[in-house]
Design a protein around this ligand. Structure first.
Ligand code: CAA
Length: 248
């Protein structure tokens, strides 16, 4: 067990929690970031639930869409726990609307939460990783960033942007032991999917060859693999995990 320090944004959400648990099971010291005031962000309850499962994990409240707040959170984590070796960007929101109806606020909120956040956290963690000669970054994108989705111009743009960021950062980190990869989940059993109206969900399900939505633990397992010390030859990749919904 390497006992590296791992930070997971959106770490108390449905997918984020599974990512944290898989990183914890791999022996890492895990810190989950969450946005104070949101339903998923109840640090004491989340920490107690993980303790009951045998994990010792911390929650730090942070608005990752805001650079100053993010910098403060990373400084606190480094002082209290240690330098960050693994970063998983799992924070993300939707504000679905057709372009005819989408207002600039819906556009901006999604770009800020999903894409600005990836810059903010990486900007804080990346220099230290390069200086120490080791780092693992995984950015969670989406099948809809690869293929587009009716009603998701904002979300798909943010998720497609993530992979451009990943490939650039991967090039910068490659000679310094820092890998940067994108994981693009399809439709995973989570509140985000349950918020899609039933008629649309049924149509989406019909497009998935495997015939079901994915499980959050399946994402956690992939990310534990990519962030392992032994995964140093995988970088700049976009790895689809979507039940065959979109094949390239
Ligand atoms: N394809 C083609 N046409 C569609 C359509 C689709 N998928 N969905 C709606 N339409 C059509 C309707 O039939 C209707 O046509 P007419 O005007 O000819 O009758 C028209 O579009 C309705 O347009 P509106 O602007 O009024 O649409 P709306 O406000 O009723 O709903 C929406 C728009 C909220 C985006 C709705 O389509 C929706 O919820 N779609 C699902 C979006 C989705 O899949 N989100 C994924 C969330 S999960 C996630 O993002 C996680 C991940 O990474 C995978």
């Amino acid at each position: 067990m390497s006992g590296r320090v791992a930070v997971v944004t959106g770490g108390t959400g449905t997918i984020g929690t599974e990512v944290c648990k898989h990183l914890g099971a791999a022996g890492h010291r895990v810190v989950a970031l969450c946005l104070p005031g949101t339903p998923d962000c109840v640090p004491d309850t989340w920490e107690a639930a993980r303790k009951a499962e045998g994990y010792d994990m911390r929650v730090v409240g942070c608005d990752v869409a805001d650079y100053e707040d993010t910098a403060q959170a990373f400084a606190q984590i480094e002082a209290d726990i240690g330098p960050v070796d693994i970063l998983v960007n799992a924070a993300g929101i939707t504000r679905d609307a057709t372009l005819r109806k989408m207002d600039p606020k819906q556009w901006r909120e999604v770009i800020a939460a999903n894409l600005d956040s990836v810059f903010n956290t990486t900007r804080c963690a990346f220099p230290g990783m390069m200086d120490r000669g080791f780092g693992r970054i995984v950015n969670i994108s989406s099948v809809n960033g690869m293929k587009g989705q009716f009603g998701q111009a904002n979300y798909a743009a943010s998720k497609a942007g993530i992979h451009g960021f990943t490939m650039s950062a991967a090039r910068e980190g490659a000679r310094k032991g820092v890998t940067v990869n994108t994981v693009s989940p399809g439709y995973i059993e989570s509140p985000m999917i349950m918020a899609v109206p039933e008629e649309h969900r049924a149509k989406i399900m019909a497009e998935i060859p495997v015939g079901r939505f994915g499980k959050p633990a399946e994402i956690g397992r992939l990310i534990a693999f990519l962030t392992a010390d032994e995964s140093g030859f995988i970088t700049g990749a976009e790895i689809a995990i979507n039940g065959g919904q979109h094949m390239q």
